[in-house]
Design a protein around this ligand. Sequence first.
Ligand code: NAD
Ligand code: TYD
Length: 362
Amino acid sequence: MPRGTRVILVTGGAGFIGSNFVLDWLAAERTPVVNLDKLTYAGNLENLAGLKNDARHTFVKGDINDRALVAKLLREHRPQAVVNFAAESHVDRSIHGPADFVQTNIMGTFSLLEEARAYWSNLKEAEKSDFRFLHASTDEVYGSLGANDPAFTETTPYAPNSPYAASKAASDHLVRSYHHTYGLPVVTTNCSNNYGPYQFPEKLIPLMVVNAAKRKPLPVYGDGKNVRDWLYVGDHCEAVRLALKRGRPGETYNIGGNAEKTNLEVVNALCAILDEIRPQPHITHHSSLITHVQDRPGHDRRYAMDAGKLRSELGWMPREQFDTGLKKTVQWYLDHMAWVDGVVSGAYRSWIDLNYGRRERA
Ligand code: NAD
Ligand code: TYD
């Protein structure tokens, strides 16, 4: 890209939300993207294949903990913003191995903040006030709700319950402190469960679609009545874009789909879609594949987001309805089984054995 062009630095832009964000950003904006991603099991350059001939996208393989690399990227590209999606993101993996979550989510965010602060403090005044550090976080930092509790707001006290949620909460606190202590213009977004294209098939919706298409059991944890709020990933990307442009420095914004569903409702809904669009011999109802298995330890019962602040300050509302978004998503996975087979490596099979092998039927 030409020298002197303003850019944004996106981290984790080869993962599920990050790659959707980069694709969405470059479709909507002129500003180029430098994309820093370690390409862990969850990162996949195939997600960005559509950008092969787009000079506005520069991919750099690397770790957000590599401070020399981050400093070099900031020095050379002089971004007007850092958007941090890089993370270990799967709760079940954080239960089996929390160390990577501490390393990337906490230490990695700390490294990025330190380098961003050093870069930002040497900018000219106008550039300094325009700069943003946007940190993408989760609703899971707020803990678990009872059935009749009001939805989480930006002032709900943090009460993370899994190592994943705790590591994200710690990173949110660091981000907050860099604003209050050093004046770094940060914006934090806390979003509910996303679904859509390019989600690694270890998460509920893609795992269930892929298993059902292959006539494998659909492993629902516990009684299946845990509630999540679901948001189509494109709506999340739009909310982050808005928060980046017009969010107030130092503020946090909740993002949610206003679509609370129990896990059983989600799985039954995607089974009904499969019954309709991909009937299979000898399976009248895909829901007959549902198998209740041993629950996740410390499984949060309910999440719900109040996104009123984002709506009133920035005018954001989700565009996608859950039923239409889910149908599009199921169809996307059926149409992209080659992508699924590409990410389902030997390492994926070991993960399935580790997470599900010792989980007894409930
Ligand atoms: P993901 O696991 O699909 O992708 C994470 C990406 O980060 C991968 O490309 C991976 O290679 C990269 N990465 C991991 N460690 C890295 C490191 N040390 N340095 C550089 N890159 C690294 O995750 P996702 O679902 O796309 O989530 C993205 C962000 O959004 C995360 O911060 C997550 O906490 C947050 N979030 C996710 C959801 C959701 O439903 N998926 C909801 C709310 C918030
Ligand atoms: P997940 O997609 O892992 O997201 P999160 O834990 O971050 O909300 O899981 C969503 C819900 O689905 C959660 O309540 C756990 C449940 N779940 C199952 O019942 N079976 C599964 O195989 C998986 C992966 C998740």
